[in-house]
Design a protein. Structure first.
Length: 241
């Protein structure tokens, strides 16, 4: 399986930590986020990875060189001229996924101990266009799913904004984890262009195609804020200290 690590974000929620370095190189328990992501994917036999870069992207490129790409095939999708958001970034990197096989997309600012083998099997058995890993956690933005775990809409509880793309008599809220498996057919099916989010693309495709969620109860941490990094050090690594 091939994978993409989303590492082009500005990291503004991290404040001073990203003034002089990209989010992907902010350290957690003494190691850059990007290193955790690569090692996690490698542990499941994923040896072909594309990493997108934007803010201080040259530092990421140099970091990977010093690490000899961790002994695997890692290529760069360069967005230093224009940040394309997650959906646009994926489309720019579509050339990399040329084997017609499902691929993984992983946000650099998350830590997970989820079993990617189980996720891949679930995706294959369900025969979905995309399988989104979700968590039961508090946030302001939620995917809305039906009783069959199929994506039907999205809700922002902070602003009150809501979009329903598929009718269901009862909808449940689930929080996206930043981890997903997609089929390469998304590149042909989506009509989105330029700068857009993966959430926008999923809602577009969910009207006519099967996009499902995978509830993962494994340890997982968001690294988007300084306090989140502190929580990860105390929680995610507790069995290693």
């Amino acid at each position: 399986m091939k994978a993409m690590i989303m590492a082009a974000g500005l990291g503004t929620r991290l404040g001073d930590l990203t003034v002089s370095k990209p989010k992907a190189l902010v350290e957690v328990n003494g190691k850059p986020m990007l290193e955790y992501a690569v090692e996690y994917l490698k542990s499941y036999g994923i040896n072909d990875i594309i990493v997108n870069v934007h803010h201080l992207g040259g530092q990421i490129i140099e970091f990977l060189k010093t690490k000899n790409n961790f002994g695997i095939n890692i290529v760069i999708s360069d967005e230093r001229d224009l940040l394309l958001d997650t959906g646009g970034g994926l489309m720019k990197a579509s050339w990399f996924f040329n084997d017609d096989k499902p691929f993984l997309v992983y946000n650099v600012d998350v830590l997970s101990k989820g079993d990617l083998r189980k996720l891949f099997v679930y995706h294959s058995v369900c025969k979905s266009l995309a399988t989104l890993v979700v968590k039961q956690r508090e946030t302001s933005r939620y995917f809305l799913i039906d009783k069959n775990q199929q994506l039907c809409g999205w809700r922002n509880k902070k602003t009150g904004e809501e979009l329903i793309v598929r009718y269901a008599s009862k909808l449940s809220e689930v929080a996206f984890s930043g981890i997903q498996i997609l089929d390469t057919s998304v590149f042909e099916l989506s009509k989105k262009k330029g700068k857009f989010s993966l959430t926008e693309m999923y809602l577009e495709l969910a009207e006519e195609h099967k996009i499902i969620v995978y509830n993962d109860g494994s340890p997982w941490f968001d690294l988007g804020k300084p306090e989140s990094i502190e929580a990860a050090v105390k929680g995610f690594f507790i069995d290693q200290n």
